[in-house]
Design a protein around this ligand. Structure first.
Ligand code: AHR
Length: 500
């Protein structure tokens, strides 16, 4: 008997705007992400723009990347920004203590900000709290953003950028409970306040300050941090929450089997782990809503994704892994969860952009391949900035994973509905019921599906997994068949939607 799924969409009930930053990325100095992945140097035979790989820039641009986090990760709390400015031949070689390599510092502040400009993303810089000082941090901000004349802004001009960079998203430490300084939540809350006090925008605008959150369900950290940040001071019914705009948690769903070898049971096991993101967001929402009654602090998930065993032959500390259609489903489940929690999740940064963990792109010398996860970001870009609308996805579960799941958003009279069929081998018949749409017509259907649940793209065979256009003439009375193990997005043109 065919599997049946039902989707109810109510255009009259919105859940908030999907912040485009939910579709953000993360680039750490780790393995071959920066060096070989983004940066080849201007003398390279690989086509580049001032040293930055052209093929990678062109591919990333198509994802409409809203924001990119840099330079780490663990690397951030051991990074000293002055090492990465000025003539490249004068920059020191330092040791990357976390990721088994030396750091040439060829790719520093100016190179990262040029990369962001080339791909059209806003920068999100994570500063060094663990081994740095408030002075080092505030000097970096002055160098980046000061609009007037000072020794540091003159140095920026001398190094090729007279205009301020106007960096807005600014992280104050990374994983300070671990690689960022082994702190307790109480200690970090005080250190955070001290650093954040000196984190000036140095221009006429604001600086969006982001505090380090926990790994997954560690509410001990979250409660401890907020309790000590507000120091039990209630002002006008609101806890005093100074100097904070965003709170960033991490969650890696890990692996089941290996990146490319897994049983059907392990297929579901990993999807089940990915779906735990929903519970972790709910938990954080409860705590944050208690401390932040006016809802001024946004929840950020600035590291997430799969974490498989490192590819054979690669340095185990370089976290290079293949990426199959299973990773694509992990991405789709997670992005749908973020869309459905658009009232609190304001940014996310999948780990990581190129050659590391759940990458968008893999490179090898001059070759480049796009991963199945890349294609999820490509088709889900339709949700960026849309209004999340209320949906109900109904289907059976398999190994505790809902067979049908997804999200919906409305933007410029276009309704985008993303749908995931998590069944490893069976198609599902889906009936969509849309309430509140005056006059609606189907526009397009994009499908990411493959023959085998282990399919992935390689340098030899780069187009095994790619997006295909679905045949909309097969959809009658809003009934459609989704292939097994697939990610889909359909779009309707909506005229006269009855939004409140
Ligand atoms: O993304 C790899 C590492 O995972 C990051 O450096 C760290 O923040 C996390 O533990």
């Amino acid at each position: 008997m065919a599997l049946i799924g039902k989707i109810k969409i109510d255009l009259g009930k919105e859940k908030g705007k999907i912040n485009p930053n939910i579709y953000g990325h993360f680039a750490e100095h780790l393995g071959e992400l920066v060096y070989n992945g983004l940066w080849v140097g201007s003398d390279s035979s690989i086509s580049n723009i001032d040293g930055i790989r052209k093929d990678v820039v062109e591919a990333l641009k198509l994802l409409n990347p809203p924001v990119i986090r840099w330079p780490g990760g663990c690397f951030a709390d051991d990074y000293h920004w002055r090492d990465g400015i000025g003539p490249r031949e004068d920059r020191p070689t330092t040791v990357n203590i976390h990721w088994d390599s030396t750091e040439s510092n060829e790719f520093g502040t100016h190179e990262f900000l040029q990369f962001c400009e080339l791909v059209g993303a806003k920068p999100y810089i994570c500063s060094n709290v663990g081994s740095g000082t408030p002075k080092e941090m505030r000097d970096w901000l002055e160098y980046l953003n000061f609009t007037g004349e000072s020794t540091l802004s003159n140095l920026r001009a001398k190094n090729g950028h007279p205009e301020p960079f106007n960096v807005y998203y600014f992280g104050i430490g990374n994983e300070n409970w671990g690689c960022g300084g082994s702190m307790s939540p109480k200690y970090y809350a005080y250190v955070y306040k001290r650093f954040a006090t000196f984190a000036h925008s140095f221009n006429d605008g604001d600086l969006y300050k982001i505090a380090c959150g926990p790994f997954n369900y560690n509410v001990y950290w979250t409660r401890g941090f907020f309790r000590n940040l507000c120091e039990n001071k209630l002002i006008g019914g609101q806890w005093r929450l100074p100097l904070i705009d965003g709170f960033a948690m991490h969650y890696y769903c890990g692996t089941a089997g290996t990146a490319t070898k897994y049983s059907k049971k392990q297929w579901y096991e990993l999807l089940k782990k990915a779906r735990k993101m929903q519970g972790y967001i709910r938990l954080h929402k409860l705590i944050m809503n208690y401390y932040d009654r006016k809802k001024k602090v946004g929840l950020i998930v600035d590291e997430w994704g799969t974490w498989h065993k490192t590819e054979e032959g690669a340095n185990p500390r370089w976290l290079r892994q293949q990426n199959t259609i299973r990773d694509a489903l992990v991405a789709a489940h997670t992005l749908d969860i973020f869309n459905n929690n658009a009232d609190i999740v304001v940014m996310s940064n999948i780990a990581q952009t190129v050659n590391v963990l759940q990458a968008m792109i893999l490179t090898k010398d001059e070759k480049m391949v796009l991963t199945p996860t890349y294609y999820v970001y490509k088709i889900y870009a339709e949700h960026q900035g849309g209004l999340a609308v209320k949906t109900k996805f109904k289907s059976k579960k398999i190994h505790r994973v809902p067979i049908l799941s997804g999200s919906a958003s409305l933007k410029d009279n276009v309704l985008s509905v993303s749908m995931v069929n998590s069944h490893a081998s069976d198609e599902i018949v889906v009936k969509i019921d849309i309430k509140g749409a005056g006059n609606i017509s189907l526009k397009s259907w994009q499908i990411l599906a493959t023959e085998d649940i282990h399919d992935h793209n390689t340098f030899e065979d780069p187009e095994v997994v790619k997006v295909k256009a679905g045949d909309i003439s097969e959809i009658s009375e809003n009934k459609m068949i989704l292939p097994p193990a697939s990610v889909n997005i359909i779009q309707y043109e909506v005229k006269e939607a009855k939004l409140k």
